[in-house]
Design a binder for this molecule. Structure first.
Ligand code: SF4
Length: 80
């Protein structure tokens, strides 16, 4: 069983796997409007543009956060 949760926005879906997260805090520090641990759900995929959210998810060091753009353009890219 995977611990992956999906948060559905109108332009982007954000996936989060709590087993992979290393709690670096980069997500909540960088986009506090989208990633807010004091809220439920803690991810609001409609709180910023899909481009900003996608770019920020690309900086998640563990790969716990991934995404899929609903316009079909691209999904999480793995670097290196
Ligand atoms: S940026 Fe990624 S690894 Fe860091 S806390 Fe957020 S989900 Fe976890």
């Amino acid at each position: 069983m995977s611990n992956q949760k999906v948060y559905y926005g109108k332009d982007i879906e954000v996936m989060f796997n709590s087993e992979v997260c290393i709690h670096s805090g980069i997500c909540v520090k960088g986009l506090p409007g989208v990633f807010d641990l004091s809220k439920r759900p803690w991810v609001n995929p409609d709180a910023d543009t899909m481009e900003a959210i996608a770019r920020h998810i690309d900086t998640c060091p563990s790969g716990a956060l991934t995404y899929r753009l609903l316009n079909g353009e691209y999904s999480t890219k793995k670097e290196g």
